[in-house]
Design a protein around this ligand. Structure first.
Ligand SMILES: Nc1ncnc2c1ncn2[C@@H]1O[C@H](COP(=O)(O)OP(=O)(O)OP(=O)(O)O)[C@@H](O)[C@H]1O
Ligand SMILES: [Mg+2]
Length: 257
């Protein structure tokens, strides 16, 4: 069975006598370590699907297996524990705690795991350095730019090394350059720790970072395409090789002088 296996998933919202068929019949497999993008227009059911995969909402019908566990059938208590141990979530609106500084925000998932303060501060600081915020450890969200806040959000999602990270329009509030930085960062983290990423967007350019693109229209998957991610392992390796060659070149030039 695939790492994530979705079978006959349906979600119907009822408002009075009205029914909204948000998801009609979703079947989907996602492999471990895959970067999977769910692409569709506004109202197509992307967030509904993602929230159910992440265990934030219960399906009306169907099964969602993650790592062999059917999360659609778990009790609230077991589901909360499962989420804590296996998943991270990145929100469009960052969802940081305003009274907490960067280190404290990133350390939240570790706190829930019962890790002592000193250890979690150390890990959080390391993670913040990795996302380029080593100089902003004590800053609170309102003392940071949008791109910086989202990088705190990313550090928080990855700090506990979950098996899967879910992201709902994570770059929706960012400019083009910052979007590229943030996307590269997420892809690099996933590759580094073999973490699965399920990413929701309406933006075709964002989808280009994924290994697979799942098109959704009106609550139904219409097609799935394989994609060569902009920052695939091959591309990364080439980049590293090139910078190594450059270093060798520079060293040679140094010693020649
Ligand atoms: N809590 C709710 N109650 C009733 N209807 C809902 C609820 N949440 C979503 N819907 C409906 O389900 C459909 C899918 O909504 P969803 O939020 O998943 O779309 P989306 O693809 O994420 O859109 P966007 O890109 O605008 O975020 C929409 O028609 C929406 O109106
Ligand atoms: Mg949405």
């Amino acid at each position: 069975m695939a790492f994530i296996n979705v079978k006959n998933l349906r979600k119907v919202y009822r408002i009075g006598n009205e029914k909204v068929y948000a998801l009609r019949k979703i079947d989907l497999d996602i492999e471990q370590g895959e970067i999977c993008c769910i692409l569709g227009t506004s109202g197509s059911g992307k967030s509904t699907l993602l929230n159910m995969l992440a265990g934030l909402e219960k399906p009306t019908r169907g099964d969602i297996f993650i790592n062999g566990v059917n999360i659609a059938k778990l009790s609230e208590r077991k589901l909360a524990k499962f989420r804590q141990e296996n998943t991270g979530f990145i929100f469009q609106s960052y969802n940081l705690i305003s009274q907490f500084n960067a280190i404290e925000n990133v350390g939240m998932p570790l706190m829930f795991k019962g890790m002592p303060r000193s250890k979690r501060d150390k890990l959080s600081a390391k993670m913040l350095k990795l996302v380029g915020l080593g100089e902003r450890l004590k800053h609170r969200p309102n003392q940071m730019s949008g791109g910086q806040q989202q990088r705190v959000g990313i550090a928080r999602a990855f700090v506990a090394k979950p098996k899967v990270v879910f992201a709902d329009e994570p770059t929706g509030n960012l400019d083009t350059k910052t979007t590229d930085d943030v996307m590269r960062l997420m892809v690099r983290m996933c590759r580094k720790y073999n973490i699965t990423l399920v990413l929701v967007t309406h933006d075709l350019e964002i989808a280009e970072y994924a290994d697979r693109i799942v098109h959704i229209i009106d609550g139904e998957i219409t097609s799935i395409e394989n994609n060569v991610s902009i920052y695939s392992p091959d591309a990364e390796e080439k980049e590293q090789q090139q910078s190594q060659n450059n270093n060798i070149q520079e060293n040679r030039e140094d010693s020649e002088q």
